[in-house]
Design a protein around this ligand. Structure first.
Ligand code: 4AD
Length: 434
């Protein structure tokens, strides 16, 4: 009987058994009598031990000289080995090479420049660090879905093509849509979630969004993933509570299920263990006062840049909410504060350790006349928003929601320097390849 195909993650349950391995040669070293193969299969890395005495000379030379990233099927006995990271090794008894490259693998251990690595992103994702980042990203996305499922939210898949600009008109991707004319790629699914919240109460989405931003920073992508939530009858404070519960749930889940990946990435786990509700709250106005004291020349009404955000966030160990921004600095749909109509009931959540804004949120305008007034103030075409205005005509209620940037969250939780590593294939100002 052929041995069973077993993934590396399950090797520990097959000690002293013969198993089949299917995967790739990640690295290797050898002496005259023994070859050590670092093997990977998508679930981990394990050492394969090939002893010359078990093979004829030709076969041993063949495997000893095998090129990096060859694909291979092996049979062998799983042995306990306290020295290896997985505490197991595979003692190879036979092998079949599926495909061996004709040339050396372009990515080696030497330091490659970032442009080279990004040009080879399709191969770079095979490397150890990228593997661990993608695993953490997966855990974050799973946690998000579980959070909403545990809390009675309904998933609403919002459209990518839209005629209604959701955020600022300045950074939309425009394209021609048959006879209809100009449409945009979604910057947000929020407006559609607002419609769905009036049917299903608590809703969320999770998908790609697009911003034609000429920003070349370590926090900006042109195509990024966002999770948005919208809840009927939620006010600003309910919205804040939902955000801190979501974010602390995500961090807790990653610590539980992807601790090994974080450790491999060299992430300081202690910092993440401190992420518990409640998070601190600071008004925009107090944040400006604080920044002025710190020597920043920023005036009330101006938006924060990366330096300002980092300076504020560095005062706290946990993420911090900055709430109630000036009306003019924010989007058209935000509900004014009753106590001070110059500010709106919104918040940005800043991640600690200099990672900056990961969430943008607000209570929404729910009164028809005020919404129309704001659309005009922002020079948006009121007729394109008739459906959105309708929501304020039929059983309108206060409602609130937010958007969490997935890649910024991944970058923070993994401790990455740059957002481009937080997504499988980054689209930045100068990159759509591969
Ligand atoms: O603050 P933003 O623009 O909010 C919205 O789009 C709202 N409509 C969301 C809502 O209330 N439903 O974006 C939300 C988050 C930001 O906090 C940031 O994390 C991320 O999306 N984000 C970006 N991430 C990477 N690259 C970019 N260019 C980003 N722009 C925003």
């Amino acid at each position: 009987m052929d041995p069973q195909w077993v993934y590396i993650k399950d090797f520990k349950e097959h000690i002293e058994q013969v198993v089949e391995f299917r995967g790739w040669v990640w690295n290797k070293r050898s002496s005259g009598k023994i070859a050590f193969l670092q093997l990977r299969d998508g679930t981990g890395i394990v050492q394969g031990v090939v002893e010359k005495k078990n093979f004829d000379d030709e076969a041993f030379e063949r495997i000893r000289k095998i090129k990096m990233e060859s694909s291979i099927i092996l049979e062998g006995v799983v042995k306990k080995d306290e020295r290896s990271s997985k505490n197991v090794e595979l003692h190879v008894t036979s092998f079949k090479i599926i495909h061996e490259p004709n040339e050396d693998y372009p990515i080696s251990k030497k330091d490659h420049g970032i442009d080279f690595l990004m040009d080879n992103r399709h191969l770079w994702i095979r490397s150890r660090r990228q593997f661990h980042i993608l695993k953490v990203r997966n855990e974050i996305l799973k946690a998000i879905r579980d959070f909403y499922n545990n809390n009675d939210f309904t998933l609403i898949d919002t459209p990518i093509f839209t005629g209604s600009i959701g955020e600022s008109a300045g950074n939309t991707f425009k394209l021609e849509y048959f006879d209809y004319g100009e449409v945009y790629l979604a910057q947000t699914g929020q407006l559609y979630l607002e419609a769905a919240a009036m049917s299903l109460g608590k809703v969320y989405n999770l998908g790609p969004t697009f911003r034609s931003e000429k920003s070349k920073t370590r926090r900006h992508l042109i195509e990024f993933w966002m999770n948005e939530a919208e809840v009927a009858f939620y006010k600003h404070d309910d919205n804040i509570r939902l955000q801190e519960e979501l974010v602390s749930f995500i961090v807790k889940r990653v610590l539980e299920n992807a601790n090994e990946n974080l450790t491999e990435l060299g992430r300081n786990i202690d910092r993440l263990q401190k992420i518990e509700v409640p998070f601190e709250r600071l008004t925009y106005t107090d944040a400006i006062k604080f920044l002025n004291k710190k020597g920043f020349d920023i005036k009330w009404g101006e938006d924060f840049g990366a330096d300002e955000e980092s300076t504020i966030a560095s005062q706290f160990e946990k993420p911090v909410f900055i709430e109630k921004y000036p009306r003019r600095a924010k989007a058209f749909y935000m509900q004014p504060d009753e106590d001070n109509p110059d500010v709106v009931l919104c918040d940005d959540l800043l991640a600690p350790e200099g990672y900056g804004e990961i969430i943008g949120a607000s209570e929404r305008i729910w009164e028809e006349s005020l919404l129309i007034e704001r659309l005009k103030e922002f020079n948006l075409p009121v007729d394109q928003y008739q459906w959105y205005i309708d929501l304020r005509k039929y059983g309108s209620v206060p409602h609130s929601g937010f958007g969490l940037g997935i890649e910024r969250t991944v970058a923070w939780i993994c401790g990455l320097e740059h957002i481009r590593e937080a997504i499988p294939f980054a689209r930045t100002l100068y990159r759509v390849y591969p």
